[in-house]
Design a protein around this ligand. Structure first.
Ligand SMILES: N=CN[C@@H](CCC(=O)O)C(=O)O
Ligand SMILES: [Zn+2]
Length: 429
């Protein structure tokens, strides 16, 4: 939502640690640079017209704005950590229903893919989403967005893919658009018509691919319903050849490619991501060494989803190997009812550290500036520097490592979105 502030300037002062991540608006951070959070101690930020006007030590900003102090509203961040608003670059936000029954089945030994092959999984959420009307989807998704916001998330990517028919894919994308207009969180939309092969196409999946590329993608592009095009490239879902076709046709229509790659089995998804110039390849639990190398060369961001590995009781992606190979790594919740029903990026950071060998600093980079680049918003959000959207989070701790360390705890107290306080004392304003 465009919540450009017409109010007085905000002067946030004296943050014990002001994590700025400044200087990387053009490209994501890779290698050792992912550890450099560009922290300012006793840091302050001057905010006006929804944008960051200046960032520095309190002494610097006091000098710069001494003539205007009287008109500003002050926020005292003494003893507090302040970070950029968190960015979630991979969610299935817009959906209906939940899948507790499958959770129980998996605990008894059924696998995610077995459940899907038997007509459950993505198909089950597709049935619920098709039955839901626009209003119901709006209400359910808005509730999830509110929960994201309370944990410091200010930008969220949202995929379709629970319609699998034009009418319902369109409905999901329209709900995402309406949420973008009416909720303070900014939404970035991705079309994912190729999320599963509908049962009536089970024996002729290429006919469904035809439908996606010949009808759905052109309509999505014509109506301006999404910016990205995604596909679930996985054995038993879409092959690398089908995925390539879907992503290449998307590109012709101006939709930037993303891919669900190498999640359950190695399937050369990372290689395909690099080949088609995908903005991001996501999951990558079973990505090959060659695929990782190719992604590093192509500049494809790895969006890793350790909550999904945790929830599916699978081995996590090898974030360490990816960072060491020069791949820019981002982290996401994957918020969806089947493989990761969470809205907590701080929890995901914790799992990134404990399960994937990331450092706390890398995990924070991966949920801010690198996450922003994974959805082509690196110029707008993800760091605190002059000219960027004033999206900030103020926590009840003073050390950034507390965010990854205290798992399952929400430390966000104040959230500022486009220059306005939207969460105060942990509550929605
Ligand atoms: N793996 C594919 N898609 C989603 C899960 C969707 C679902 O199970 O409903 C994911 O990214 O994890
Ligand atoms: Zn996903």
């Amino acid at each position: 939502m465009n919540t450009m502030s017409t109010h007085s300037p905000l002067f946030l002062r004296h943050a014990t640690q002001l994590v700025t991540l400044a200087g990387s608006s053009k490209a994501p951070l890779t290698g050792n640079a992912m550890e450099d959070l560009k922290i300012i101690e006793d840091g302050s930020v001057w905010i006006e017209d929804g944008r960051i006007q200046a960032v520095g030590t309190d002494a610097e900003l006091l000098t710069q704005y001494q003539d205007r102090l009287a008109e500003a509203k002050e926020i005292d961040a003494t003893g507090r950590l302040v970070t950029p608003g968190l960015v979630d670059p991979h969610t299935h936000l817009v959906h209906a229903g939940s899948r507790e029954n499958e959770f129980e089945k998996r605990l008894q030994g059924a696998t995610y893919m077995e459940i899907m092959a038997a007509g459950g999984g993505i198909h089950s959420t597709t049935r619920a989403t098709k039955e839901a009307d626009h209003e119901q989807l709006l209400t359910e998704s808005r509730r999830r967005l509110d929960a994201f916001l309370l944990q410091g998330v200010t930008t969220v990517e949202a995929k379709s893919g629970y319609g699998l028919e034009w009418e319902h894919e369109k409905k999901q994308l329209e709900v995402a658009q309406e949420l973008n207009r009416t909720h303070v969180i900014d939404i970035v939309s991705t079309f994912m018509g190729a999320h599963a092969v509908p049962s009536k196409y089970r024996d002729r999946p290429d006919d469904f691919v035809d439908l996606v590329v010949n009808e759905m993608i052109p309509k999505v592009a014509r109506l301006g319903l999404a910016e990205f095009n995604d596909v679930f490239c996985e054995r038993g879902v879409f092959t690398p050849e089908q995925s390539r076709r879907i992503l290449e046709v998307g590109k012709k229509h101006g939709l930037a490619p993303k891919i669900h790659a190498d999640e359950i089995e190695p399937y050369a998804g990372a290689e395909l991501a690099a080949e088609v110039g995908a903005v991001s390849a996501d999951h990558l639990l079973r990505a090959s060494k060659e695929g990782i190398r190719a992604m590093a060369e192509a500049g494809t961001v790895a969006v890793l989803l350790p909550g999904t590995a945790f929830f599916l009781m699978a081995d996590s992606a090898d974030a360490r190997a990816m960072i060491d190979a020069g791949v820019a790594v981002a982290l996401s919740t994957d918020c969806n009812p089947g493989s990761s029903p969470t809205v907590s990026l701080p929890l995901i950071m914790n799992l990134g550290c404990l399960k994937m060998g990331m450092t706390p600093a890398e995990a924070l980079t991966a949920t801010t500036i690198n996450a922003a680049h994974a959805i082509r918003r690196g110029h707008e959000v993800g760091s605190l520097e002059k000219g960027k959207k004033a999206d900030l989070v103020l926590y009840d701790v003073s050390d950034y490592r507390s965010l990854q360390y205290a798992y399952g705890v929400n430390h966000a107290r104040t959230v500022i979105k486009t220059g306005q306080v939207v969460v105060r004392d942990g509550l929605r304003v």
